[in-house]
Each structure stands twice: as C-alpha cells, then as structure tokens.
Design a protein around this ligand. Structure first.
Ligand code: 0L1
Ligand code: MG
Length: 262
C-alpha cells in the first residue's frame, strides 16, 4: 500500500459523502497518483465499513466492466468488483429519485443468487453453477461520483465501482436450464429498444464474472457468502437516464423487470 490509514479513511469519507449528498468530485488519483490497487480496495472497504457501522446490511456483490462494450465505453481492459448495500435495492416496477443521484446510467445484467459459499482460488463456472440457486434479470443503476464519469480504474474501485441502485425482477430460473451465453436481452427506454445483446458479451459467459469475483476475493482472504445477490456486469454499454424515463429489461426465458426515474 502507498497510502496511510488516515488518507484511506479521509478519501472514503469524501467519496461516501459525495454518494450520500449526490455531489461529484474529481478523480482521487489526481491528488494521489501513487495509490495502488490495495489502496483502491482499502478505500472501498472503508466505505463498506462506514455503511455497516450506520446499520446498512451488505446484501451482495457486483462485477463491473465485464463486457467489451463497457470496457470500450470506459477505455479500460479489466473488470472491477464492488458491493451492494440494502438501500441500493429498488422494488421491481418501482421508482428511483434522480435527485438522490448525480448522473445515473442503467446497465442490463444477469443477477446470480447463491445458495452455498463460493470461494477461490481456482473457482470456475462449474463451481458457480453448483453454488447458484437461480438467476434473474437485473438492471443496475450506476452513478459515478466522479465529475462527468471521468476516472481511471483505481478511482472507480475506490468509489465502489459506481454502484448506486439496482432492480431485480422476472422469473427466477436455474442457471443450468438456460444457455446464459445465447440468452438475448433487450433494454427499453420509454418503450423504445435502446440496447440489445446476449449473455456471452460478459466475459464469454456471465458465470465467468462470478468465478472471477470469487478468485479476486480469495486473494484478499474473502469469499462470496451463501445467500448473496451478485450482478455479473452490464451486457451492453450503459445508457444515461433522467427524470421521467421508464426503463425495462427483457431477458429471453427469464421475463422482464423495470423501474421509473422520477
Ligand atoms: O457496473 C459497472 O460496469 C460500472 C463499473 C464502473 C465504471 C462506470 O461507472 O461505468
Ligand atoms: Mg454494472
């Protein structure tokens, strides 16, 4: 690590306050170009600790930048990992108040629900299938705390990978009853199809993102707990939204989910 504990705590406080007050900031590597990956995840961990200390529950995890479309959109080459707090969840068909966010975008994803612990190293998609109870369509609402979504990967990791809200809906389906590589998705904004794709856009198979997450956590002595919800990453590039927009995601064989921005 290059940053001391005080700096990590101050950066976590600043980023979390930006999230809670819907204010943006410059990417933190401007001030701390020396920060490394350990620092970035340490800042994210401190944000997580602050939320838990205030009574939030961590209900799941997320993989981000797992598709070539997202990597190209963001100009990066590696996935990143974050956590999902209880208050990020929006009921299916519910509303999301844009006043609580800075510049939200939506991503169509496949959500995995685990029934047993999943741990690396050496986690592979077979182990992911064995540990998965079911999968469902999910829409992630991302909201980078960085001005104009201008960041680098370490700044994004520190900022909990832009996690903000999500909605899950449709049919719970056994992961082995569908070929998640060829499952087609359509994302609609105000009734118009704005993004299309198939599961294979996520690292060749969305379960590969979950395996990668388990292997990443094992390097830090952690695991994916049983009973987690995990967002496997956007299948297409992210779509900007504003108050008044209605978003729905249809996933072949899994039904649909949606939310409205107010
Ligand atoms: O979930 C994601 O793919 C988002 C990762 C962070 C980068 C961004 O804000 O787009
Ligand atoms: Mg995402």
């Amino acid at each position: 690590m290059k940053l001391d504990a005080t700096t990590v705590a101050l950066l976590a406080e600043r980023l979390e306050n930006c999230e809670l007050q819907a204010e943006d900031t410059l990417k933190i590597t401007e001030e701390h170009p020396e920060m490394d990956w350990e620092d970035a995840y340490a800042i994210q961990d401190e944000i997580r600790r602050r939320k838990v200390a205030r009574g939030s529950k961590i209900i799941g995890l997320k993989a981000g930048l797992t598709s070539h479309a997202k990597m190209k959109q963001m100009g990066v080459q590696n996935p990143v990992f974050g956590f999902l707090a209880d208050y990020f969840a929006i009921p299916d068909g519910g509303t999301c108040d844009v006043k609580a966010l800075i510049h939200p975008k939506v991503e169509p994803e496949i959500a995995f629900f685990t029934k047993t612990v999943l741990r690396g190293p050496g986690c592979h998609i077979g182990a992911v299938f064995a540990a998965t109870d079911f999968v469902m369509p999910g829409i992630e609402v991302i909201d980078s705390r960085y001005r104009d979504f201008k960041f680098d990967l370490k700044s994004v990791v520190a900022d909990n990978t832009s996690a903000a809200r999500f909605v899950i809906g449709g049919q719970p389906v056994s992961a082995s009853h569908l070929d998640l590589r060829t499952v087609g998705i359509v994302l609609e904004k105000n009734g118009e199809a704005v993004a299309f794709g198939a599961g294979a856009a996520v690292l060749g198979h969305p379960a590969a993102a979950i395996a990668m997450l388990a292997n990443h956590l094992s390097e830090r002595g952690e695991e994916i707990p049983a009973g987690s919800i995990i967002l496997s990453g956007g299948i297409t590039e992210a779509i900007a939204v504003q108050a008044g927009d209605a978003i729905s995601l249809r996933v072949q064989g899994m039904g649909s989910t949606g939310l409205r921005f107010i």
